[in-house]
Design a protein around this ligand. Structure first.
Ligand code: SAM
Ligand code: SF4
Length: 336
């Protein structure tokens, strides 16, 4: 490649980009949003053409994996056109993977178009298999619709991974039901620890916090749990449950153990780049994008400058007294 790749100050090559395409969502998950969210005015959002240009520049700079997220990405109007356009990078061999993280509510409509655009894997967030509990966690979501979306995804040929936020006193009792359900449907499963993000109150979130150390110990009480060497460059560690062959990911973003291998950056729907999920440090790429319709050079320079400031790691820490290193933005802003 002629363009030098993106390498941060700690010699980590940036090959993975997550892009949030909207801050809006049709759910109001209790750990993610308050019920009365104020969303950004439309003109603040990057247009789909701007998102295309931005992603294409990152791909030219060496990004090989692109994950679309939100808010809920599938509520953004016209998004299938964007996916269709991105597929040119898959065909050209410039991109290895185009994927998305979704709450699944619209998958029944979009699974096939996503597959047609070259998407092969989707992450679907699902914290419970109990309809009433699901409605309580997501406030506005309906389990039936998400399960129909998962069916549609599998029918279309998409590989589905389930993301489950581990919530103390909420889905603790479904640990084995979830692992067995996923094993039965040949879906990988990843548990995520609740992160201290956004303004929904420290106390509430500490209450929901269920350590994955404890979750793992419970898995070990039931299954033979083998650590897998697999690394994704992100915070996930993987184990296999030998009895079912089920792969389980454990995302403990509050531990510092993954930062060394971090290969990713995030861009918000307004064009801000965050080089670390757990730090406030960001840069605004939108002016470089909007003010220079004819040339990508200022955008490339702005991206390189931001990557040049990527911190070594983050500072999350649940201490006994409270949450330290908490960042103020919501996950729906940076897109999990
Ligand atoms: N709406 C899509 C979804 O729910 O999959 C994509 C965006 S959502 C912000 C991405 C992921 O972040 C979801 O799996 C969600 O469960 C997770 N998430 C949101 N808030 C979180 C928090 N405070 N701690 C840990 N995970 C969180
Ligand atoms: Fe929406 Fe996803 Fe946040 Fe739930 S976790 S409110 S589905 S953005």
């Amino acid at each position: 490649m002629q363009t030098p790749p993106l390498i941060d100050p700690f010699r980590r090559a940036i090959t993975y980009l997550r892009v949030s395409v909207t801050d809006r969502c049709d759910f109001r998950c209790v750990y993610c949003m308050s019920e009365n969210m104020t969303f950004l005015p439309k003109k603040e959002l990057l247009t789909l053409e701007e998102l295309d240009r931005l992603c294409s520049v990152f791909i030219r700079l060496g990004v090989r994996k692109l994950r679309i997220t939100g808010g809920e990405p599938l509520v953004r109007r016209g998004l299938m056109g964007f996916f269709g356009a991105m597929s040119r990078h898959l065909h050209a061999g410039a991109l290895d993977e185009l994927t998305l993280t979704t709450n699944g509510s619209q998958l029944h409509r979009f699974a096939q178009p996503l597959f047609d655009a070259g998407v092969r894997r989707v992450n679907v967030s699902l914290d419970t298999l109990d309809a009433e509990k699901f409605a309580r966690i997501t406030r506005w979501g309906r389990l039936k619709q998400v399960l129909a979306g998962i069916d549609a995804a599998q029918t279309a040929g998409l590989r589905v991974k389930i993301n489950t936020v581990a919530l103390r006193g909420v889905n603790e009792d479904e640990l084995f039901a979830l692992t067995e359900w996923c094993a039965g449907r040949d879906m990988d499963l990843t548990f995520i620890e609740v992160m201290p993000m956004g303004d929904i109150g420290n106390e509430a979130r500490l209450d929901q916090y269920w350590s994955l150390g404890d979750l793992r110990a419970r898995l070990e009480g039931r299954y033979t749990v083998t650590d897998l060497a697999e690394r994704s460059g992100g915070p996930a560690r993987y184990v296999r449950l030998e009895e079912s062959g089920q792969k389980v990911g454990l995302i403990t973003p509050l531990s510092h153990t993954f930062c060394e291998g971090c290969n990713r950056v995030r861009v918000t729907c307004t064009g801000e780049i965050y080089t670390c999920l757990g730090q406030e440090g960001k840069a605004d790429l939108r002016p470089a994008l909007r003010d220079n319709p004819e040339t990508d050079a200022p955008l490339v320079a702005a991206i390189r400058a931001a990557i040049g400031l990527k911190p070594r790691g983050h500072d999350f820490d649940y201490s006994r007294r409270g949450v330290a290193g908490r960042v103020s933005r919501h996950m729906s802003h940076t897109g999990g």
